[in-house]
Design a protein around this ligand. Structure first.
Ligand code: XMP
Length: 326
């Protein structure tokens, strides 16, 4: 499979057999393309980069060098899962970069959403480029480009949306899933043995929890976003909503209100729950979560998340609201 146009007669990869055939074909193509050179991959733990990592591990083993940048805006447990699955279980060469302080320092005091996005994107590329320069023998750069990326944004992945990699990192690309749609990437990922929590995960924006900690990010409010998001995900998984709802998360606006806890007045944040369904993310409807599930999530957030005294459910469709809050 070559070129960047999906042949009209290409079968949709919907079965395990077709996924197996695709994997065999790609493994041979990757071996032929890269020979004994090393291949670099920014591994976020999202579906696309995870499937590309698993394919390359199968094709070239240790010659794939994965770089996982923890920018402090990932969901609870994500960096740990990337290390467990790829390093411990698949034996990948994986460089883990703890860049949490670096990102949060750069973002301190920045309120404007687009400036926040630009800082996160630029910093990501800088950190990745710095790591790449430390490794000898890199000949190629792997990317989890998928077909909608090619159709919608000239093949540039969302996390490279601040102008691509610097010139001196301009390696030849390895893009084994670039002609596949998302659902096909998932079938291939399942066949490669990746866990369901990676293969079927909901869309997660490149700037991560950064756009859900509305306004200027502070470490304590970011922690409230991360912990409340983890509770929402856990409860949705328990009641079957995790596989039914398209995207669900929590938001913590930079606003406090008066409450009462243990007989004392409090001045704390509100956690907003968001759960939406959509086909194309252009319009979205709100999932009608049963009250008993909402109550359970509310009780857990109020009991377990520090600095929170209210829980709200956002019932706004898109339009008029966007899916994210900023
Ligand atoms: P909105 O908020 O525009 O979101 O209704 C539509 C979809 O896009 C995701 N989103 C992003 N994804 N980088 C990304 O990679 C971003 O900056 C970004 N902003 C929004 C959002 O999560 C939803 O799925």
């Amino acid at each position: 499979m070559c070129g960047s146009v999906r042949p009209e007669d290409m079968k949709r990869i919907e079965t395990s057999e077709l996924a197996k055939a695709f994997i065999d074909e790609q493994v041979e193509l990757i071996k032929k393309q890269v020979g004994d050179k090393k291949v670099l991959l920014a591994l976020s733990g999202g579906v696309d980069s995870s499937v590309v990592a698993a394919l390359l591990i199968k094709a070239i083993g240790k010659n794939l060098v994965c770089v996982h940048v923890n920018h402090g805006l990932l969901r609870k447990g994500e960096p740990e899962q990337v290390i467990k699955v790829f390093k411990e279980e698949m034996g990948a060469t994986l460089i883990y970069v703890d860049a949490v302080d670096r990102f949060l320092d750069k973002l301190a005091g920045v309120k404007d959403p687009e400036t926040k996005r630009k800082i996160i994107g630029k910093e990501f590329i800088d950190v990745f480029a710095e790591e790449a320069k430390k490794i000898d023998g890199i000949g190629f750069l792997a990317q989890g480009t998928i077909y909608p990326d090619i159709l919608e944004s000239k093949g540039i992945k969302a996390h490279h949306n601040v102008g691509g990699l610097p010139e001196d990192l301009n390696f030849e690309l390895v893009e084994p899933v670039k002609l596949l749609y998302k659902d096909e990437v998932r079938v291939v990922g399942k066949e490669l043995g990746l866990p369901d929590s990676m293969v079927y995960r909901q869309p997660f924006p490149g700037p991560g929890l950064g756009v859900r900690c509305v306004g200027a990010i502070t470490r304590d409010r970011l922690e409230a976003v991360r912990e409340s998001d983890a509770i929402l995900r856990e409860e949705f998984a328990k009641c079957g909503l995790a596989t039914k709802v398209w995207q669900y998360f929590t938001v913590v606006p930079d606003m406090k209100s008066v409450g009462i806890k243990d007989g004392k007045r409090t001045d704390e944040w509100a956690v907003v729950l968001r759960a939406v369904n959509t086909k194309d993310a252009i319009q979205a409807t709100v999932e009608q979560i049963p009250y008993d599930i909402l109550w359970k999530i509310r009780d857990r957030i109020l009991a377990e998340v520090k600095g929170v005294n209210r829980v709200l459910f956002d019932i706004t469709p898109k339009p008029t609201g966007t899916i994210e809050w900023e």
